[in-house]
Design a protein around this ligand. Structure first.
Ligand code: AMP
Ligand code: ZN
Length: 112
């Protein structure tokens, strides 16, 4: 997808603060973090949304989720973390290349 910013990051055409990379996935710091630690886990292949996934993506999705606790710990989130997958316009998705938000360690959003 030539107009997809996350595909451009995967291709090295845009910079990112890399957290992790292997042959299937890439993780990098969110450019507008909403917690002290906030990074995204994305597949290297372009998949627009969770709603576009099929059983063919089962292994990839599992890999992305299993990376979350490992990378969160490496980023210092020993006490736990949050995950978020926005799906579709109604789900608040802005970048249409599937990604798992992993964040924690200080939440500036007050719920009181
Ligand atoms: P979403 O609303 O789930 O689609 O979230 C997209 C996220 O991608 C937002 O939190 C953005 O701050 C983040 N983002 C957009 N562009 C970049 C970029 N070039 N590098 C890192 N994060 C980005
Ligand atoms: Zn893409």
């Amino acid at each position: 997808m030539s107009d997809c910013i996350f595909c451009k990051i995967v291709a090295g055409q845009l910079p990112c603060g890399k957290v992790y990379e292997d042959e299937d996935v890439l993780a990098f710091h969110d450019i507008h973090p909403f917690a002290r630690v906030h990074f995204l886990i994305i597949p290297k292949q372009h998949v627009a949304t969770l709603g576009d996934c099929t059983p063919a993506h089962e292994k990839l999705l599992g890999k992305m989720l299993l990376l979350a606790p490992r990378l969160a710990k490496e980023q210092g989130l020993d006490a736990g973390f949050k995950t978020l997958i926005n799906t579709g316009r109604g789900g608040g998705q802005e970048v249409f290349h599937i990604h798992v938000h992993v964040f924690g360690g200080g939440d500036p959003v007050s719920r009181s």
